[in-house]
Design a protein around this ligand. Sequence first.
Ligand code: UDP
Length: 238
Amino acid sequence: ARGGVTYNRVMLKISGEALMGDQGFGLHPPTVQRIAQEVKAVHELGVEICMVIGGGNIFRGLAGSAQGMERTTADYMGMLATVMNALAMQSALEALGVFTRVISAIPMDQVCEPYIRRRAVRHLEKKRVCIFAAGTGNPFFTTDTAAALRANEMGCEAVFKGTKVDGVYDKDPKKFTDAKRYDTVSYDEALEKNLGVMDATAIALSRDNRLPIIVFSLDEPGGFRGILAGRGTYTTVK
Ligand code: UDP
């Protein structure tokens, strides 16, 4: 009945760059709409969905500080960028008839809801897609860490990290033809070999709470739903 999907509650993490399409910057609405379709296809199965979207398509704290901006200020700008991306995704999902809430780690009540854990859980139970914005609300963290944090708080069964490649490789598959994709890799190996799954804080937090991370390609149409059903190629970090 559920297309072979056994998950009940999942976290989908995508980078801000996934929303910019072939542009070098910002939001590409048709790309946002395409990803919203991917989410809808899973939502239709009754799976409860959390999302965290990065902000790198608009602003990164490290890039700002490299150019002389104060790091924490630059990081807050990065967090604000994730709110813009979350609102774009909310708009695209609701255009498809999927109810959503944008929930920000930094309160901005006129724009979206503040993060209240129990309230977010209730939204999920009511099958609203919860888009967690503003990262963790703290400078010096990333949205990967926010995804691992919220996934743990919400009781998600796994974090699905949608990327441009279909898993984790021992070297860059775009540069090396003999690059090998891992089916599974341990948290420790991902950390030791710096495999670029997520940043170290996010991997360590997932490891300590036994939260699997599944890396897959968001470029395949129907990919998210297929991966949830165990089809296609992907890497599980566990
Ligand atoms: N950021 C932060 N704290 C967080 C999450 C994000 O300070 O908890 C800032 C940080 O400056 C980061 C920017 O927001 O560079 C955008 O997030 P990220 O780089 O994770 O986005 P992605 O690479 O996924 O697009």
